[in-house]
Design a protein around this ligand. Structure first.
Ligand SMILES: *[C@@H]1O[C@H](CO)[C@@H](O)[C@H](O)[C@H]1NC(C)=O
Ligand SMILES: *[C@@H]1O[C@H](CO)[C@@H](O)[C@H](O)[C@H]1NC(C)=O
Ligand SMILES: *[C@@H]1O[C@H](CO)[C@@H](O)[C@H](O)[C@H]1NC(C)=O
Ligand SMILES: *[C@@H]1O[C@H](CO)[C@@H](O)[C@H](O)[C@H]1NC(C)=O
Ligand SMILES: *[C@@H]1O[C@H](CO)[C@@H](O)[C@H](O)[C@H]1NC(C)=O
Ligand SMILES: *[C@@H]1O[C@H](CO)[C@@H](O)[C@H](O)[C@H]1NC(C)=O
Ligand SMILES: *[C@@H]1O[C@H](CO)[C@@H](O)[C@H](O)[C@H]1NC(C)=O
Length: 283
């Protein structure tokens, strides 16, 4: 009898030790010893497996993922809140792993400067990352439609998807994706194709992102005039609309944007008198 019980007891003790080391530490008053949650560590390891050359040597099973390169945890809960994998030269095997979407407490995510081999973003999943404040997918060699899930990220303040020349907005449209992103402060989509939005891009922005401070839409296939509603975007500090086919006059109301410090409209089809008052703006 006792000989069959002992291994069980041993196992229970092991479990208890494991539980203590992961959970009691996580509840420490100091908050300095929180450890990551096993499910989240598993999701990160799954993500690591989705790259040919992970270059993430600290990401090891059985260690505290809050100490892994690029990973940041909440001191209170141990949940992963930031993931910065920018410029690691990661090469994706088969596109972005959906396991990423299990990290539902993420506030800051950057995958910038890695190579996703012209794969498309997963159609579903981004909508689970509802805490996101910042999403950086620039220089990732992604292709295809920007997924609708991004339209649900209502807390988003920064969206950078620049330098992905095969990404586009079609179905859902640009207007649909940004429609609810009313907290956006910074929007950079250089190279992303917005041409299917026809002439409505400036109107869509005006109606969706009233707090925008930094707009960069270089080479997005924009055309049409800058709509008069665009005058609502009065917090704009930097406007970069280079290398599009925007026509009409450069609107006078831009001179009323009191924080404007950069206005770059080169390589478009503007006509008429440039509002000279712009040169008198202090910033
Ligand atoms: C918090 O940490 C400090 C030093 O790291 C230690 O002296 C103190 O006892 C800890 N307090 C609690 C409640 O764990
Ligand atoms: C992510 O969550 C889904 C369901 O919520 C689950 O089926 C899957 O195993 C999880 N993936 C990882 C790597 O934890
Ligand atoms: C690995 O990542 C580091 C840190 O981001 C980067 O500087 C380095 O170039 C990468 N190494 C390789 C071989 O890609
Ligand atoms: C997360 O993103 C927000 C919004 O862009 C930014 O203000 C904040 O500094 C970022 N935090 C970290 C840890 O990068
Ligand atoms: C996105 O990441 C790249 C590379 O780290 C950086 O240069 C760029 O400024 C980031 N975008 C934003 C909006 O912070
Ligand atoms: C935007 O938010 C409204 C109200 O919450 C919702 O009805 C609508 O479906 C959302 N649109 C998108 C594109 O997410
Ligand atoms: C243009 O944008 C406005 C505001 O976002 C929207 O109400 C309207 O339906 C759009 N028009 C077209 C033709 O897409």
């Amino acid at each position: 009898m006792s000989s069959t019980r002992r291994p069980q007891l041993h196992f229970t003790l092991l479990l208890l030790t494991y539980y203590c080391s992961t959970h009691i530490a996580a509840n420490g008053d100091n908050g300095t010893t929180v450890q990551c949650l096993p499910d989240e560590a598993a999701s990160l390891l799954q993500l690591k497996l989705s790259f040919y050359n992970p270059n993430l040597s600290s990401w090891q099973h059985g260690t505290d993922c809050c100490h892994w390169e690029g990973v940041g945890c909440s001191r209170a809960s141990g949940q992963v809140i930031s993931l910065d994998l920018s410029d690691r030269n990661l090469q994706s095997i088969n596109g972005l792993s959906p396991s990423l979407f299990n990290l539902t407490s993420l506030t800051n995510l950057s995958l910038s400067g890695n190579n996703f081999g012209l794969t498309s973003l997963p159609r579903f999943g981004f909508e689970q990352l509802i805490e996101l404040l910042s999403l950086n997918l620039s220089h990732t060699n992604l292709a295809g439609q920007i997924p609708i899930g991004i339209s649900h990220l209502k807390k988003l303040r920064t969206l950078d998807s620049s330098h992905n020349f095969e990404l586009y907005f079609n179905e859902p449209s640009f207007q649909m994706v940004i429609g609810n992103l009313s907290n956006l402060r910074e929007l950079k989509l250089n190279g992303v194709d917005i041409s299917r939005d026809q002439n409505n891009w400036s109107n869509s922005l005006a109606n969706s992102v009233p707090q925008l401070q930094f707009l960069s839409l270089d080479s997005c296939g924009l055309s049409g005039h800058i709509h008069s509603s665009f005058s609502r975007l009065q917090y704009l500090e930097r406007i970069i609309l280079t290398e599009n086919s925007i026509s009409g006059e450069v609107p006078q109301f831009l001179t009323d944007f009191s924080s404007l410090s950069t206005l770059d409209l080169r390589y478009n089809d503007f006509e008429g008198q440039f509002p000279t008052k712009i040169f008198h703006l202090e910033k």
